[in-house]
Design a protein around this ligand. Structure first.
Ligand SMILES: Cc1cc2nc3c(=O)[nH]c(=O)nc-3n(C[C@H](O)[C@H](O)[C@H](O)COP(=O)(O)OP(=O)(O)OC[C@H]3O[C@@H](n4cnc5c(N)ncnc54)[C@H](O)[C@@H]3O)c2cc1C
Length: 472
C-alpha cells in the first residue's frame, strides 16, 4: 500500500499541523541518521530447541520469520522460487544508482520496525518531503494554488463522506460513491490526478474495485517517508545473513498434519515440524501451491475476497534533467486517469537525471501490454505534454512487470469491494496444526507494506515458538 509519491492526505495534513505547532521532531529531508550498530549476531542454526521449520518465500515476511526462529534456536530452511531474495523488494542498479522496481519507501519512519532495521544496518535514508512537489497539466500549465487547495478539499470531503454514503452496502465501490458525492471529479484532469494520487496509486487498484466501506482501512506509522539511498534490498540482505536460503526452488505442494509438514519442489522434498507460507496473495489466488489437506474454508474465502492490486513503475535515465530539479515529486494531470500521474525525482535523492514514473488503475494493463518502443513513446509523450520542447528522449528505461511475474501475480493487497478488514485476520490465523501463512496480506493493520510483511513474519514465528513450548 501507499506507493503514492506523496503520503496520504491525512498524513500530509498531520505533518503540516505538527510543523505549524512546532511539535515536529521529524528529521529533515535528505539528512542521514548516524550509523548505528549492526544487528546482533545470530546463534548457530538449531542450537537447542529441536524445532525444525520450513519457510516458503524469502521476502521480508519469510526472512523476518526465519531470522526470529533462528534467533530462538530453531533449525530453519527458507525455500525461495526466484534466484534472488527480497521478493517485492527489488532494487535495480543498472542505471548507476539503485532504482526500486517494488517497494520504494519506508512509510512513516517513527517507530516503524523497518526503519529500526534500516537504522541498525547503517542504511542511509533520504526523507522525502511531501510539500516538495510540482503538478503539471497538459501544455505545461501549472494549476493555481487555489485549484489544488480546492481539489484537496474535495478529497477530504470524499474521505469524510464515502463510508456514510455507502451506508453499509458491501457491494459499492469508491467510484460508485464518488459519482454521487462529487461527479465532476472524474471528468476533470486535476480531479483524476488527485484521485489517482490519493487512492488508485496508494491502493494499487482502480476506483471501481476499491471498497467504499473500507478504502481507508489499516493504520499508519507517523513520521516522514524515506527512500534508502543504498537500495531497499540492503534490508532483506541484512536479515538473510546466516540463514539457510535455497534459491531457485518453487514449492508446488505442501502436505501437513498434526505430525509435521512435507514440502515439495521440483528438486526434492523437505520435511519439518512446522511450515510458514509467505507467498504473495496473487500466488495463493492462482492456486500455484497445492495444500493437502486444502486450506480451511475461511482462508479460501478470505483469499478470494481480498483484492490483489497492480501498479506499473518505470524508471528512466536521461542525459540531463530537463525538469525542475528540486521537487521530490512531479505530478501529471493528463486526460487519462492513472497515466503516469506520479513521478519520483531522483535528482534530489541521488543527484542523477532519473525519473521513476508510476502508472496506476486501469492504465497499468495498458503499460504492461506495451513493448519497449511503445513504452518509450508513451512516456516521451507524457513528458512532452509536461515540458514541451525541453523534454529529451529517454536514454534507458527499466521496469519489472509484477502482474505477469509468476511469483507475485500483482502488486499488493487492497480492500476490494466485498472484502472485510477481518479477512486479513483470518489469513493470520492457523491454517492447520502445523501450518501458518504470513506476508503483507495477513496484516489487517499494515497490509500492502514492507512493515506489514516484516511484522507478519515475526508474528508467525512467535506463534510457532509458543506452540512448540506448550507441546513440550
Ligand atoms: C510496485 C510496488 C511498489 C511498492 N511500494 C511500496 C512502498 O513504497 N512501501 C512499502 O512499504 N511497500 C511497498 N510495496 C509493497 C511491499 O513491497 C510488499 O508489501 C512486501 O515487500 C511484501 O513482502 P512479503 O514477504 O509479504 O512478500 P514477497 O516480498 O512477495 O515475498 C514472497 C516470496 O515468495 C516467493 N514465492 C512465490 N511463489 C513461490 C513458490 N511457489 N515457492 C517458493 N517461493 C515462492 C516470491 O518469489 C517472494 O520472494 C510495493 C510493492 C510493489 C509491487
Amino acid at each position: 500500500m501507499r506507493l503514492s509519491m506523496r503520503p496520504d492526505l491525512h498524513r500530509r495534513r498531520l505533518l503540516l499541523l505538527l510543523a505549524a505547532s512546532g511539535l515536529s521532531t521529524l528529521p529533515l529531508a535528505g539528512r542521514t541518521l548516524a550509523q548505528q550498530s549492526q544487528p546482533a549476531e545470530r546463534p548457530e542454526q538449531g542450537s537447542g530447541t529441536g524445532l525444525k521449520v520450513i519457510v516458503v518465500g524469502a521476502g521480508m515476511a519469510g526472512l523476518s520469520a526465519a531470522a526470529a526462529l533462528v534467533e530462538a534456536g530453531a533449525e530453519v530452511v527458507v525455500i525461495e522460487a526466484r534466484d534472488r531474495i527480497g521478493g517485492r523488494i527489488f532494487s535495480d542498479r543498472s542505471l548507476g544508482v539503485p532504482v526500486e522496481h517494488g517497494a520504494n519507501f519506508i512509510h512513516g519512519f517513527n517507530d516503524n520496525p523497518v526503519a529500526k532495521l534500516a537504522t541498525e544496518t547503517g542504511a542511509r535514508p533520504f526523507f522525502v518531503d511531501q510539500e516538495q512537489w510540482q503538478l503539471f497539466q497538459p501544455g505545461g500549465m501549472e494549476p493555481e494554488d487555489f485549484e489544488t487547495d480546492d481539489i484537496f478539499d474535495d478529497m477530504d470531503a470524499i474521505a469524510d463522506k464515502a463510508t456514510e454514503e455507502a451506508d453499509g452496502d458491501k457491494a459499492l465501490s469508491l467510484l460508485d460513491v464518488i459519482e454521487v458525492i462529487d461527479p465532476a471529479l472524474v471528468k476533470e484532469p486535476i480531479g483524476n490526478w488527485a484521485l489517482t494520487d490519493t487512492y488508485e496509486g496508494e491502493l494499487a487498484a482502480p476506483l471501481d474495485e476499491i471498497s467504499a466501506l473500507h478504502f481507508d482501512a489499516g493504520d499508519l506509522y507517523d513520521g516522514p517517508d524515506a527512500v534508502l539511498r543504498d537500495g531497499y534490498d540492503t534490508l532483506p540482505k541484512a536479515l538473510a545473513k546466516g540463514l539457510d536460503v535455497r534459491l531457485g526452488e518453487a514449492v508446488g505442494s505442501i502436505k501437513h498434519s498434526s505430525d509435521g509438514v512435507s514440502v515439495e519442489t521440483a528438486k526434492g522434498t523437505f520435511t519439518a515440524d512446522h511450515c510458514i507460507v509467505t507467498v504473495p496473495l496473487g500466488v495463493l489466488k492462482a492456486g500455484a501451491i497445492t495444500f493437502d489437506p486444502p486450506l480451511p474454508q475461511p482462508h479460501q474465502k478470505a483469499i478470494a475476497a481480498i483484492g490483489f492490486g497492480r501498479l506499473a513503475k518505470v524508471s528512466i535515465a536521461f542525459d540531463e534533467a530537463f525538469w525542475p530539479k528540486e521537487p521530490h515529486f512531479l505530478g501529471y494531470a493528463g486526460e487519462t486517469r492513472g497515466r503516469f500521474a506520479d513521478m519520483l525525482n531522483l535528482v534530489p535523492i541521488h543527484g542523477v537525471p532519473v525519473l521513476t514514473m508510476v502508472a496506476s488503475g486501469d492504465y497499468v494493463e495498458k503499460v504492461e501490454a506495451m513493448d519497449e518502443a511503445a513504452l518509450r513513446s508513451d512516456v516521451a509523450a507524457v513528458l512532452t505534454d509536461m515540458f514541451g520542447d525541453k523534454a529529451a528522449a529517454p536514454k534507458t528505461i527499466v521496469r519489472h512487470m509484477w502482474s505477469s511475474d509468476p511469483f507475485a501475480l500483482g502488486a499488493y493487497s487492497f480492500p476490494a469491494v466485498g472484502a472485510e478488514p477481518a479477512d486479513h485476520d483470518v489469513l493470520a490465523g492457523s491454517a492447520g496444526p502445523r501450518l501458518l501463512l504470513a506476508g503483507e496480506h495477513t496484516s489487517a493493520a499494515y497490509f500492502g507494506t514492507v512493515h506489514g510483511a516484516l511484522e507478519s513474519g515475526e508474528r508467525a514465528a512467535a506463534a510457532i515458538l509458543a506452540a512448540h513450548k506448550s507441546a513440550k
